[in-house]
Write a protein that binds this ligand. Structure first.
Ligand code: GLN
Length: 459
C-alpha cells in the first residue's frame, strides 16, 4: 500500500495505526532473513506510535531509513565495520522533520559501506538481496531501503544519492526513487560520502508519495549552509521532453534499450512532445565523477582515525599514533573504501592535482553547461536509469570498473546538481526496467507533474 492508501484506510477506521505498524513488523520478521535488507529493526516502535496525530501530512507513513542517516539513540553503521558500535547522539534534520510530520520508523536499511557501491555487496554486514529475484542484487548503495519498499516491509524509505544510489536500486527493485536538487534537503546528520554530490531523498511506491515526503523534508536548514527554500512552482502547459542521443550509444544493454524505446514511443503518442537532444560531454561524466567523488571521499574518511570515530576510542592499544591509525583504518575499512581513499589522495596530491582534480572540475562545468543549453529547448529530459537489468550477486564484485559503469546514466544529475526521478517503465525477462526523468534545478514541481503522467502512461 502507498502512504495515501494507508491514510485512507486509517481514516475509514478499517485498520488501526497500531495494527498497521505491527503488520509491517511481521512482514519484516518473515522476510528479512531472506533478503538482509535491514541492519536493525525497531520493534519498540509499537509502544511509541500512539502519540502520532491524525492530521499530520505523514500520518500512516512507515519508514525504513538508510543506515547512514542518524536517528537519536539508535545504532548507525553506514554499512561499515568501523562504525559497528556507533550510536547516533542526535536526529538528522530529515528525521526530525519526518517525526514532526507524523512518520514512524521501523528499521535501518542495509547499504554499501559509506554508500560506495552499486549492489549492496560492499556492506560489512553481508549483501542484501533483490526481493524480486533472490539471486540478484537489489542495486546500491541504498539497496536495503529499495528492497524494503519493494518487499512491503514499509510503505516508504529514505535513501541517499551521491552518484545514483537512490535511483539505481529503485530501478532494480521496481519502485520510484527521487534525488532532489542539490541543496534542497539538509545533509545535517547524514554521514558524508562526497559532500558536493550527496542528497537525501525518498524511495516510494509511487510518484505521489515521493512528492509528499519531499515536501516534508525539504527546505533551508541552518545546520547545512548549502540549503535553500527555493522551489519553482511554474509548471508549463505544453511540456517538451528531450531524449539525449548519447545515452543510447555505448554500454546500454539490448534489454534496456528496447524497453526504454518502447516507453518513449508511448510518451511520444501522449500529450507530450518528444525531441532528440544532445549532451555532448556525456562520455566524460563518469571519469569526472570518479575523480571528484574519490577526492571528497578521501577527505571525508579522514575522521575515522580511531580517536574521533573508529574501532577504538581514547588511547588504543597501539604502539604509536601512526600505529593506531593503521590498525583502525586497516581493520575497520573494507576494500572499496580503501581503493577510493587511495585514488582520491593521489588525485589531490601536489604533483597531480592540476592534471586530475582540476581537470575533472572543468569537465563538471561543461556537463552543467550541456544541461543548461538543453533546458533552453526542453522542459525535462528522459533517459534510461541503468544500463543493464539487475545483475546476479557476485557477478561484478571482483571487477570494480564494470561495477562503476552501473552509474553511467545517473552521475550526470549529481555533477550538475539537478533533480532526477526514476520510475518503472516496463519489464524484461520478468525484471523491472526504470526510466529516469531530469529537470532544471529547483523545478521539482515540473518533474513530479511529468512523472505522474508518465506513471499512468507506463502502467
Ligand atoms: N554507485 C555510485 C558509487 O559507487 C554511487 C554511490 C552513491 O550514490 N552513494 O559511487
Amino acid at each position: 500500500m502507498t502512504i495515501k492508501e494507508t491514510q485512507e484506510k486509517l481514516k475509514r477506521k478499517e485498520i488501526s495505526h497500531r495494527e498497521m505498524v505491527s503488520s509491517f513488523l511481521s512482514r519484516i520478521k518473515e522476510r528479512n532473513e531472506k533478503t538482509n535488507s535491514l541492519l536493525s529493526v525497531f520493534e519498540d516502535v509499537i509502544d511509541k506510535e500512539s502519540s502520532v496525530k491524525e492530521d499530520l501530512p505523514l500520518y500512516g507513513a512507515v519508514f525504513v531509513v538508510k543506515d547512514n542517516i542518524l536517528i537519536k539513540d539508535e545504532r548507525c553503521t553506514s554499512g561499515s565495520k568501523i562504525l559497528e558500535h556507533y550510536v547516533a547522539p542526535f536526529d538528522a534534520t530529515v528525521i526530525e522533520k519526518i517525526k514532526e510530520g507524523g512518520g514512524v520508523f521501523v528499521g535501518k536499511g542495509n547499504m554499501d559501506e559509506f554508500a560506495m557501491g552499486s549492489s549492496t555487496e560492499n556492506s560489512a554486514f553481508g549483501p542484501a538481496r533483490n526481493p524480486l529475484d533472490l539471486e540478484r542484487v537489489p542495486g546500491g548503495s541504498s539497496g536495503g531501503p529499495a528492497a524494503a519498499v519493494s518487499d512491503g516491509m514499509c510503505n516508504v524509505a529514505l535513501g541517499s544519492d551521491t552518484g545514483g544510489s537512490i535511483r539505481q536500486p529503485s530501478a532494480f527493485c521496481g519502485v520510484v526513487g527521487f534525488k532532489p536538487t542539490y541543496g534542497t534537503v539538509s545533509r545535517s546528520g547524514v554521514i558524508a560520502m562526497a559532500s558536493s554530490f550527496d542528497q537525501v531523498g525518498p524511495i516510494a511506491k509511487n510518484v505521489e508519495d515521493a512528492e509528499l515526503v519531499f515536501k516534508v523534508i525539504h527546505g533551508k536548514d541552518v545546520l547545512d549552509s548549502v540549503t535553500s527554500d527555493l522551489v519553482s512552482k511554474v509548471v508549463k502547459k505544453k511540456i517538451r521532453v528531450g531524449v539525449p542521443k548519447e545515452y543510447f550509444v555505448e554500454g546500454i544493454s539490448k534489454d534496456i534499450k528496447e524497453t526504454i524505446e518502447g516507453a518513449i514511443s508511448k510518451v511520444d503518442a501522449s500529450e507530450f512532445e518528444v525531441v532528440e537532444i544532445s549532451l555532448p560531454h556525456t562520455e566524460y561524466a563518469l571519469p569526472a565523477y570518479e575523480i571528484i567523488m574519490a577526492s571528497e571521499v578521501s577527505a571525508n574518511m579522514a575522521r575515522y582515525d580511531g580517536i574521533r570515530y573508529g574501532l577504538e576510542f581514547g588511547r588504543p592499544a597501539a604502539k604509536s599514533i601512526q600505529d593506531a591509525y593503521l590498525k583502525n583504518r586497516g581493520e575497520g575499512f573494507g576494500k572499496e573504501v580503501k581503493r577510493r581513499v587511495i585514488l582520491g589522495t593521489y588525485a589531490l596530491s601536489a604533483g597531480y592535482y592540476d592534471a586530475y582534480y582540476v581537470k575533472a572540475q572543468k569537465i563538471r562545468a561543461l556537463i552543467a553547461e550541456d544541461f543548461k543549453k538543453a533546458f533552453a529547448k526542453v522542459d525535462v529530459i528522459l533517459t534510461p536509469t541503468t544500463p543493464t537489468l539487475p545483475f546476479k550477486i557476485g557477478e561484478k564484485i571482483e571487477d570494480p570498473l564494470s561495477m562503476h559503469l552501473s552509474d553511467i546514466f545517473t552521475v550526470t544529475a549529481n555533477l550538475a546538481g539537478l533533480p532526477a526521478i526514476t520510475l518503472p517503465c516496463g519489464e524484461k525477462k520478468g525484471l523491472p526496467v526504470g526510466a529516469q526523468i531530469l529537470a532544471k534545478r529547483f523545478h521539482e514541481d515540473t518533474l513530479f507533474a511529468v512523472a505522474k503522467k508518465c506513471e499512468k502512461i507506463w502502467k
